[in-house]
Design a protein around this ligand. Structure first.
Ligand code: NAD
Length: 288
C-alpha cells in the first residue's frame, strides 16, 4: 500500500536482498522513502529489489558491504549520502545462524555470528548516530526528495519530514528472551542486541534520536527454510505459536514502518515482539 508516511526521508536497510530486510526496504519505499538496499553476497537479488522499487515509482540503490567490517560500514554510509544526500532511518537487519551443540561449536562459528549479528549492529548504529549528528536538523536542497519533485514543490516544505533527528531500528529475535539450545551463539548475539539497543536509546534520546528494536518470532525466510518446508518441523514450530500461523516478512515490515514514522514518535528504547505470541510461554496454554 502506498503512503507518504516517510516522504523526503532516506532509509538504509542492511541485509535487504532477502527475507525481512527486503520486505522492509519495499515497505519503506512504498511509504515514500529513498532506500539504500545493503547486500552482502547476493548482488542479483539486491538488483531485483532495487528494480522492483523503481517499477513501483520509488528510488533505491544497492550497496555491497559486510556489516561486520568497519571500513565497509563507513563506505556504505558514504555511498548512501552520495546517492541521496542523507540518511534518516537505519534498519540494522543483517543476521546469520551457525548452529551447533556447545561441545561442537567452533570458535569460528561463534565469532561469525557475533561479528555479523552484534558487532554489525554496533558498527551500523554508531555510523548512523555520527551522521545524524553531522546532518543536524538542516536539510540541503533536494535531500531525500522523491523523483519528479522539485524544490519548492515539496509537501510541507517548511516542516521537517520527521520529528526525530534520526531513527534506528535493530532487528533482534524472540531469542533475545527465549533461550535456544543448540544456538547459543545466536541467542547470545540477540541478547546482546537488547542491552546494546536500550543503552544506546538512553544515551542518544536527548538528541532526538529514537532507537528501538523488533524481535520477530518464526518468519518464513531463507534463515529457517528447512523448518518451514519440512512438514513435521513445521507442525512442531506451529505448536509454539499461539496465533497459529508462521509469520510473513511483511508482518515485520509493518512494525518497522511504524517505528520509523512519526506515529511512534514517543516510542524510545522498546522492543516490539512480532511473534504471534511465541514469547508467551505457549507450553502453559493448558495450565502448565
Ligand atoms: P535472511 O537470511 O533472508 O536475511 C539475512 C540477511 O542478512 C541476508 O540478506 C544476508 O545476505 C544478510 N547478511 C548476512 N551476513 C551479512 C553481512 N556480514 N553483512 C551484511 N549482510 C549480511 O533471513 P531473515 O529471516 O530475513 O533475517 C533477517 C533478520 O531477522 C536477521 O537478523 C535474523 O536473525 C532476524 N530474525 C529472523 C527470524 C525468522 O524467523 N526469519 C526470526 C527472528 C529474527
Amino acid at each position: 500500500m502506498k503512503t507518504h508516511m516517510l516522504a523526503q526521508q532516506v532509509a538504509l536497510v542492511t541485509g535487504a536482498s532477502s527475507g525481512i530486510g527486503k520486505a522492509i526496504a519495499v515497505a519503506m519505499a512504498d511509504a515514500g522513502a529513498s532506500v539504500v538496499v545493503n547486500f552482502h553476497s547476493q548482488p542479483d537479488a539486491a538488483r531485483e529489489v532495487v528494480e522492483h522499487i523503481a517499477r513501483h515509482g520509488g528510488r533505491a540503490i544497492a550497496v555491497k558491504a559486510d556489516v561486520g567490517s568497519e571500513s565497509d560500514v563507513e563506505r556504505l554510509f558514504e555511498e548512501a549520502v552520495t546517492a541521496f544526500g542523507r540518511v534518516d532511518i537505519l534498519v540494522a537487519n543483517s543476521g546469520i545462524q551457525r548452529d551447533a551443540p556447545i561441545g561442537e561449536m567452533t570458535l569460528e562459528q561463534w565469532n561469525q555470528v557475533i561479528a555479523t549479528n552484534l558487532t554489525g549492529q554496533f558498527l551500523c548504529a554508531r555510523e548512523a548516530v555520527r551522521l545524524f549528528r553531522r546532518q543536524g536538523r538542516s536539510r540541503g536542497p533536494g535531500d531525500g526528495r522523491r523523483e519528479g519533485q522539485r524544490e519548492g514543490q515539496r509537501e510541507g516544505a517548511d516542516e521537517a519530514p520527521s520529528r526525530a533527528l534520526g531513527k534506528i531500528i535493530h532487528i533482534s529475535s524472540v531469542h533475545q528472551l527465549i533461550p535456544w539450545a543448540g544456538h547459543a551463539n545466536y541467542a547470545a548475539s540477540k541478547g546482546g542486541i537488547d542491552l546494546f539497543m536500550r543503552s544506546l536509546a538512553q544515551e542518544v534520546a536527548e538528541e532526538g534520536i529514537r532507537v528501538n528494536a523488533i524481535a520477530p518470532g518464526a518468519i518464513a525466510t531463507a534463515i529457517n527454510r528447512e523448518s518451514v518446508e519440512d512438514e513435521a518441523a513445521r507442525k512442531k514450530m506451529l505448536s509454539l505459536i499461539p496465533y497459529g500461523r508462521i509469520g510473513a516478512p511483511e508482518d515485520v515490515a509493518a512494525a518497522a514502518l511504524w517505528l520509523a514514522s512519526d506515529a511512534s514518535d514517543y516510542v524510545v528504547g522498546t522492543t516490539l515482539f512480532i511473534d504471534g505470541g511465541m514469547s508467551l510461554y505457549p507450553e502453559f496454554r493448558d495450565g502448565g
